[in-house]
Design a protein around this ligand. Structure first.
Ligand code: ADP
Ligand code: MG
Length: 713
């Protein structure tokens, strides 16, 4: 028997009712995007002329004709109320990294009678009293008004709950001075910058001047599931999203038997529920599987337009959480909920198309190859130039446990190309002059055809933070709880800069010499930026040393990583492209730091309370029991067992003393507000507590153990 409370949790899992056999469900595509104000819905609910105008705004970014807003609002409300919606909300991505919504009923009173109303003005702008959202100094509370502005490129949707529904209108959130108070606005600006730069570059290759640029993103989402009964008995999970104590279980992920294993029925039912809900929301959930750590899983949708993909990922996280709750589970999106097993990330699969053609697809003819190589080298240059900026956008207290912990990409940003492509890039460098250190044959741009590149998934280096995977780049450093808007804002802007640099030179190329000029540019860029290329194992100490020799930044923790947001060179870049101004960047730096400090402070306080009110009492009772037993042996002059009891008393007593000194140290660090000291005091305290966990009678240990949380579900 274990501790009665833990025993109850285990029994509740064991006694879960056997679910009814699954009823036949309608085909998934019947309900697909049922709750989205799609083009089809627009055609059905809007006058023809209005529909044409709104689609022009969505497709070509034409400014929305204010006169049609009323019609659109009316149609949207009608469509939403047909789906049971009673309220609407401007749905936005504040800087705290979550989503925000303030609901208003469609209800209005006219001469005392209720009517349903939703005006064009209500659709286009909202004024949430947003004084409590972090603004990093962009908006002081006395002038707290911010406003939300409709983003017509991300369709409105209806979000259902148990007994009702709400119309959600994706919006940007800005201050009255026009500064972005959210994560969407800079992403939209960066995508625009990249769109302009892509058109400019493609013009150099003789492409249609105003072609359609699509930046695509597929976000793989990792998460953990634990039974709710265990979760509720772990104050650390409830308060901080991760376990602050817990000895490793004998079996964890050594056997690698969880990854891609058959999915347990209870989990599969949860996943099915999640997918059905996502499909209704027009989110193309595609892949589901067990991940490496026990109780860890992944969901990946089909890639979409970058803005939509980022919005959709926020909804994916919300649906995962709410669906888990219905299944008696809790979905943990923290980057490192359990020590000693893998943490969770979000793989950011990114590509770029022009008039429907993926520019990261090598293609089969020399002209396509030239474009492919140019885009490839531009991304390499962008990542190398702006490595610390990219690192800064994935910095958080949670992600610090992942990056550099030999399970996720290291804190050093490098690019993996795979053997064959790396060879091609090195051939580019040796160029026509043929000054290759290897035996490589120079590659002639616009003339030579590239060999077919493998898209095989087995050829991927899982230790690389930024990997070329066939026809896209995969940035693997974002944390599982992140909004990916931030990292992609930086990535798109950095690539825009690299495109513009190349285009500026190509534009001056004498007629007929484009390929020669390009060859020279790419050779120079490869020479300058090849230091960021690394095909080896990113987890080795040797790589850290090698990276240091190459001058690559290796930034292990959040406070240093965030400094990139205040670096003049990066501010100048963002200002040049109109993505963010210095104040907007500073605000993000400040918010990131505050968030980091507050989270660590909360963790420290939670650990302190758990240690003093749960762990110390359990150890003390164990110690007293052992002392009692020892005393009784003396009373009856029994020598057998005294050696063992004495040793146990020593160990437990010493453990209590150490707990005392380490809780004192943690309390002192918390008083000083010193995050680094709090972190190391928590680590020390945890070490003692975890060692005692296996010594204290199982009946007495109040906290659900790793072997339970990770395996009993
Ligand atoms: P894994 O890395 O797990 O092997 P996949 O190759 O299945 O994953 O793809 C992962 C994600 O990449 C999916 O969301 C998928 O839609 C997305 N993806 C595939 N092709 C592209 C592309 N050209 N651009 C952006 N994302 C893509
Ligand atoms: Mg992946």
């Amino acid at each position: 028997m274990s501790h009665p409370a833990r025993q109850k949790c285990i029994e509740s899992v064991a006694r879960r009712p056997v679910p009814e056999p699954c009823p036949a469900h309608p085909a998934a595509d019947a309900a697909y995007a049922e709750d989205v104000f799609t083009r089809d819905a627009m055609r059905k609910y809007l006058p023809k002329d209005t529909c044409r105008k709104i689609l022009a705004t969505i497709d070509n970014g034409e400014p929305l004709d204010a006169s049609v807003a009323g019609d659109v609002a009316h149609a949207m409300r009608k469509w939403a109320t047909d789906r049971g919606a009673t309220h609407y909300t401007h749905w936005f991505l504040p800087l705290n990294g979550s989503t925000a919504e303030k609901h208003d009923a469609f209800l209005e009173l006219k001469d005392g009678r209720p009517i349903q109303s939703f005006s064009g003005k209500n659709l286009i702008v909202g004024e949430p009293d947003a004084s409590s959202f972090p603004s990093g100094g962009l908006r002081s509370t006395f002038e707290a008004r911010g406003y939300t502005a409709w983003d017509p490129t991300s369709p409105a949707f209806v979000k259902r709950h148990g007994n009702g529904a709400t119309l959600c209108i994706p919006t940007a959130f800005c201050s009255y001075t026009g500064e972005a108070l959210d994560k969407k606005t800079p992403l939209l600006r960066a995508t625009q910058a990249l769109t302009n730069a892509t058109r400019r570059l493609m013009r150099c290759f003789g492409a249609r001047p105003d072609g359609h640029v699509t930046v695509s993103l597929g976000l793989e989402q990792e998460y953990f599931l634990v039974d709710k009964s265990f979760y509720l008995r772990r104050p650390d999970l409830v308060q901080t999203g991760r376990t602050l104590f817990g000895a490793p279980s004998a079996k964890h992920q050594q056997l690698e038997d969880h990854y891609f294993g058959s999915i347990k029925p209870r989990i599969l039912e949860f996943m099915t529920d999640v997918e059905r809900e996502l499909w209704r929301l027009g989110i193309p959930a595609k892949t589901r599987h067990n991940e490496v750590a026990p109780a860890q899983f992944e969901l990946a949708p089909v890639f979409e337009d970058i803005n939509l993909a980022c919005d959709h990922n926020m909804l994916v996280m919300e649906v995962l959480r709410t669906a888990a709750d219905r299944h008696g589970l809790v979905c943990l999106l923290h980057e490192k909920p359990f020590a000693g097993v893998n943490g969770s990330g979000k793989h950011n699969n990114w590509s770029l198309s022009y008039d429907g053609r993926n520019l990261l697809d090598p293609g089969s003819d020399p002209r396509q190859n030239a474009i492919f190589l140019t885009v490839l080298v531009a991304v390499i240059a962008a990542v190398d130039r702006r490595a610390d900026l990219l690192r800064g956008t994935v910095a958080s207290a949670g992600n610090d446990h992942r990056l550099g912990a030999n399970e996720a990409p290291p804190a050093i940003l490098s690019i993996y190309l795979g053997g064959q492509l790396a060879e091609i890039v090195s051939q580019l460098e040796c160029g026509r002059a043929g000054r290759s250190s290897r035996q490589a044959v120079p590659l002639k741009i616009g003339v030579d055809v590239l060999p077919a590149l493998p898209k095989d998934t087995t050829d991927r280096n899982r230790t690389s933070p930024f990997a070329f995977t066939g026809n896209k780049f995969e940035f693997r450093a974002p944390g599982s709880s992140f909004s990916c808007a931030g990292p992609n804002t930086a990535l798109c802007t950095a690539v825009a800069e690299a495109f513009d640099g190349i285009a500026a030179e190509l534009e001056t190329a004498p007629a007929g010499q484009l390929n020669d000029v390009l060859q020279g540019i790419l050779r120079r860029l490869v020479k300058t930026h090849k230091r960021v290329l690394f095909n080896g194992d990113g987890y080795t100490a040797g790589w850290a040393e090698e990276a240091a020799r190459r001058g690559l930044p290796n930034i292990p923790s959040t406070p240093e990583a965030l400094e990139a947001l205040s670096k003049p060179a990066h501010i100048a870049l963002f200002e040049r492209y109109g993505v963010m101004n210095a104040r907007e960047m500073e605000s993000r730096h400040g918010i990131g730091l505050d968030d980091y400090r507050r989270k660590i402070d909360i963790e420290g306080r939670c650990a302190l309370e758990m240690a003093t009110s749960m762990i110390v009492p359990a150890v003390r009772r164990e110690f007293t029991d052992a002392l009692d037993a020892l005393q009784r042996t003396a009373a009856v002059s029994c020598t057998a067992g005294t050696a063992a009891l004495r040793a146990e008393c020593e160990t437990l007593g010493t453990g209590l003393d150490t707990l005392q000194t380490r809780t004192d140290a943690l309390a002192a660090a918390l008083d000083r507000g010193d995050s680094a000291a709090v972190l190391s005091a928590m680590t020390a305290l945890r070490e003692t507590a975890d060692a005692l966990e296996s010594l204290v009678d199982d009946d007495r240990w109040p906290l659900p153990k790793y072997r339970e949380m990770l395996f009993v579900y």
